[in-house]
Write a protein that binds this ligand. Structure first.
Ligand code: AMP
Length: 290
């Protein structure tokens, strides 16, 4: 079956009500387009668990804290629809900004606590914009399952808390980070890197994985873990560190001691491009692969 491209809320609801009435389950993969193998992994995870996979493609203006970043976010819809078709998606929902926000938005979803640290400190309003648009997509699509990448671990934690707090009957499925062969996490922002910046960019994942080894070795304090990563990043004058923190995996709050599962998460600037990445560290003593 060819992937069906739908651009209106009304038509999406109409088509999906038929799917639902026939007893089939619905999955949602929310994206901002410019699809790459990271998004492909979400689709690969979704297809075997779903009768009907909906990919939303919407560059959400209210989650950008910098106008120039929103304007630089270019997508090629026909290419993205083909990408979805090749990976078995049933529907692409690609509304215009006017379709999603027909009047100025007065209602927002704010997920306190989990939104406050890491990116939340540096991107005012970002997670409010994310939670609001995802809540709107959840109301429009009413999926049984929704898939999110661990690449945006704080976003995943925000959505999980929103679903819990607002009693949304949706199972949130996390998908591991897809990386280039040299470790760089796939991101639509990577295409903005100059050849020199692209050469330097894998230092971020190298630094985080080096810090992860310190956690695994059970001998490190939070300060030592952070320093292990910062030492590697300091070798590259092109890299400006915005934050690098060890946080509790559920609350996204920086920890003072490492005991339960944590995530080491960072944001760096490489010239005009902001990159984020993170690594998961299970509870000390339960590492399998280090
Ligand atoms: P975006 O289009 O950047 O808003 O991302 C849409 C979804 O794809 C989010 O759930 C992201 O976490 C996920 N995603 C983006 N890049 C990757 C990646 N490299 N690996 C896994 N998931 C990703």
């Amino acid at each position: 079956m060819p992937t069906q491209l739908i651009t209106t809320v009304q038509e999406t609801r109409r088509v999906l009500s038929v799917v639902r009435q026939s007893g089939r389950n619905i999955s949602l993969v929310p994206t901002m387009g410019a699809l790459h193998a990271g998004h492909g992994a979400l689709l690969e995870a979704a297809c075997p668990l779903s009768d009907c996979v909906v990919v939303s493609i919407f560059v959400n203006p209210i989650q950008f804290d910098r106008r120039e970043d929103y304007e630089a976010y270019l997508i090629d819809l026909p290419r993205d629809v083909e990408f979805c078709q090749a990976r078995g998606a049933d529907i692409v929902f690609a509304p215009s900004p006017e379709e999603m926000y027909p009047s100025p938005q007065s209602t927002f979803v704010e997920v306190t606590g989990v939104s406050e640290h890491l990116c939340g400190r540096f991107r005012p309003g970002h997670f409010r914009g994310v939670a609001t648009v995802v809540a709107k997509l959840f109301h429009i699509v009413a999926p049984d399952l929704a898939f999110f990448g661990e690449k945006d671990a704080q976003q995943l934690a925000v959505i999980r808390k929103m679903v819990l707090d607002l009693n949304m009957p949706i199972e949130i499925i996390p998908v591991p980070i897809v990386r280039e062969a040299d470790g760089l996490a796939l991101s639509s922002r990577n295409r903005r890197l100059s050849p020199e910046e692209r050469r330097v960019a894998p230092a971020l994942s190298r630094a985080l994985h080096a810090a992860r080894q310190y956690v695994a070795a059970r001998r490190a304090s939070v300060a030592e873990v952070r320093q292990a990563a910062l030492n590697i990043l300091a070798e590259y004058p092109q890299i400006q560190v915005e934050y690098l923190e060890v946080v509790d995996d559920a609350s996204m709050v920086p920890v003072e001691q490492i005991s339960g599962p944590v995530r080491i998460a960072a944001a760096v600037w490489l010239g005009p491009t902001r990159l984020i990445d993170n690594v998961y560290c299970p509870a000390v003593g339960t590492f399998q692969d280090v």
